[in-house]
Write a protein that binds this ligand. Sequence first.
Ligand code: Z5A
Length: 201
Amino acid sequence: MLITFEGIDGCGKTTQIGLLTAYLREIGRNVLTLREPGGTEFSEKIRDLLLHSKDKLTPQSELFLFEAARADLIEKVIKPALDKGTIVILDRFYDSTTAYQGYGRKIELSVVKEINRLAISGLKPVITFFLDVPVEISYERSNHRNLDKIEQSGDAFFNRVTEGYRTIANEESERIIIIDGTKEKEEIFQIIKDKIIHLFM
Ligand code: Z5A
């Protein structure tokens, strides 16, 4: 079972993934938690290039790098884990690419979706939690640290990404659960836990 979390920077994904992982382990499930880009040696190198290299990347190069990292992670780690019955929780997946490179960087959406399709080779999450926070909250929550390359893309970019996420979530409402990410951490986790328990029944 593949579960994914989406949303702009600082929306609370890492926090909720930590809570969900602990809960699932407590009830005796095998869980593997991963983040994109990353999770293999090759994908971590790509992550470093994408977030920290001094080279200016074109939107297209950025798109291909995210997809290359994804394809490597799926084949080497995610598919083998799912085959063993492990629950895989993924911090970002192809919805991030549609939101950031499609809506944010303005690469034609049909192209982004086609390249996503190629990279994921049929793998789909059973459920996706989209933590929706306004851009101002995202900035507030991340203003204590140095911003990476993508985080430096500006307000207009992040507003497009946010609207993009909302559109994607409305288009795929049977898979994507929209949660108000400005609620208290515990309240958000209760919503997530209820949905997960429902999935297991
Ligand atoms: N990217 C892309 O462009 N295309 C792609 O295809 C993919 C990714 C896969 C990866 O960044 C970047 O790559 C990302 C998108 C792009 N760039 N941006 N921008 P990352 O992995 O380094 O980081 P992130 O995923 O963007 O976010 P994050 O820093 O890990 O934040 P988070 O996981 O969403 O939030 P958090 O760490 O759980 O919480 C942040 C803070 O808020 C922390 O202090 C918490 O204690 C606090 N918090 C959390 N929840 C709450 C609530 N409910 N109330 C108050 N405070 C809270």
